[in-house]
Ligand binder design. Structure first.
Ligand code: HZT
Ligand code: MN
Ligand code: MN
Length: 442
């Protein structure tokens, strides 16, 4: 990427790839002061402007730069720069745009559908903003997660980054509902497929041999981007990672308006189960986990009521115009079936919660805290802790028993098995399908 002399470093920092993802984001240490870090600028200039002209122009540039206290134009490491400072015009890059296929190809050029689509809605921009934060935060996480770190460190590193970039620290009442963390960070190791996040005091340390699924969410105004990837340090697991990448991309490709979700399941399973994993001289077929699914997403709710199976199914439910889906696939070297196990961390207020009088007084107090901070967005025990809540377990358990709060315990396959996941959020716009969470990584 050869920038012109006049382009300078600022433009380089927000250069976009054809599908709208930022890459080549100029990384600055979060601790550094952007205004007067001369050394950083020297380094940057040396890589961007290798020719002799550069040296002469540099002084002039530098003086200008020092005078105005401009807002930073590059993301830091760890990510701490507000996303709105990186996109001053307030428009965020679109995701990967896919044309509809077959009977729906007319939508691509339909004047009516294009008109509908041009009524550019704030929610689409909210979605793209959340997705851009997801890409920047996961890019940092993938570069910095290392064996020896605790799951708590990793989860907090991701969540603190999402909070900083969104400008919502979630500490004032109501702030979480406006934007920021969309749901608890899932850090699922090996046979754990989903919904594991450390609770207070968890000492789990990431190991070199682990297969880690990182599943986190970002939202603005309740429009949640739900996206996940699998991270490993040992290439022996590569076929498992390839299986879920292939399966999810097949699902994304086949998804569309009027498509039956059961048909998607068959396509996903076909792709997934063409792989096998060899470990210690033994070959394991990779199976689609049959009781895990993708799902639709509606405003303020991670599950709108539709499911997207990842095995062949006769579910004739159709996808519809305007809907948002999390296309997620899970592969396993084990049974290909999960069950509830381990301590629960993930919870959400049910949107259909019954109105009951609660006899446990701490349940009443807690319910108020939940409603005011998250509404129906999912949260975890650590988020209650950081708001200063304590001794809430009795109240929490009674809210779950009364059917007011839904508990999402960790979902695990057989002990000793390995599971992988890849997940994207897609939007079924009237005249195209937007893979809003797509990046140059996945
Ligand atoms: C529940 C709680 C959360 C949704 C899928 C999922 C992570 O398994 C219908 C189909 C976050 C998400 C969810 F805190 N679940 N995606 N990413 N987990 S689900 C589900 O409960 S409901 C699948
Ligand atoms: Mn997810
Ligand atoms: Mn999901």
């Amino acid at each position: 990427m050869a920038a012109k002399l006049s382009d300078g470093v600022e433009k380089l920092s927000v250069e976009k790839t054809p599908n709208g993802t930022t890459n080549g984001v100029h990384k600055v240490d979060a601790e550094d002061d952007h205004e007067d870090s001369d050394e950083d600028e020297e380094d940057e200039d040396a890589t961007v402007k290798p020719d002799g002209e550069a040296a002469k122009k540099k002084k002039k540039n530098k003086k200008k730069k020092k005078k105005k206290k401009s807002t930073p134009k590059a993301q830091t490491s760890p990510p701490r720069v507000l996303i709105s400072n990186l996109f001053p015009n307030g428009e965020y890059p679109e995701g990967e745009i896919n044309e509809y296929k077959n009977e729906n190809n007319f939508r691509t050029t339909s004047e009516e559908k294009r008109h509908l689509d041009r009524a550019k809605s704030d929610w689409l921009n909210d979605y793209r903003k959340a997705a851009e934060i997801h890409r920047q935060v996961r890019g940092w996480a993938r570069q910095n997660m290392k064996p020896g770190q605790t799951l708590t460190e990793i989860a907090e590193g991701i969540e603190d980054s999402v909070r900083a970039l969104s400008g919502h620290n979630g500490l004032e009442e109501g702030d979480n509902i406006k934007g920021g963390v969309g749901f608890p960070t899932g850090l699922n190791i090996n046979h754990i497929a989903a919904h594991y996040s450390p609770n207070a005091g968890n000492k789990t340390v990431l190991q070199q041999e682990d297969v880690l699924k990182v599943d986190f969410g970002v939202h603005f105004n309740g429009w949640i981007v739900d996206s996940a990837f699998t991270h490993t340090f040992d290439p022996i697991y590569d076929p498992l990672l390839h299986a879920v990448r292939d399966a999810t991309n097949a699902g994304v490709r086949e998804a569309g308006i009027d498509v039956r979700v059961g048909d998607l399941g068959a396509v996903i399973q076909e792709a997934m189960e063409s792989y096998e994993l060899e470990i210690g001289g033994k070959t394991h077929p990779i199976k689609s986990i049959r009781n895990l699914t993708g799902h639709d997403i509606v405003q303020h709710s991670i599950h709108g009521g539709k499911s997207v199976p990842i095995v062949k199914s006769n579910d004739n439910t159709k996808m519809e115009e305007g809907e948002v889906f999390a296309i997620e696939t899970f592969g396993s070297s084990g049974k290909g079936q999960v069950y509830d196990d381990l301590e629960c961390s993930h919870y959400a207020l049910r949107s259909d919660a019954p109105h009951k009088s609660l006899r446990v007084s701490s349940a009443n107090t807690l319910l108020g805290v939940i409603k005011r901070n998250w509404g129906t967005l999912p949260w975890c025990r650590r988020y209650l802790d950081r708001l200063g809540q304590d001794k809430y377990l009795l109240g929490l358990n009674s809210l779950v028993r009364e059917g007011i709060v839904e508990a999402y315990p960790p979902l695990v396959d057989q002990k000793g098995s390995y599971t992988a996941q890849l997940e994207h959020t897609i939007i079924l716009r009237p005249n195209c399908k937007e893979v809003v969470s797509r990046g140059d990584d996945y």
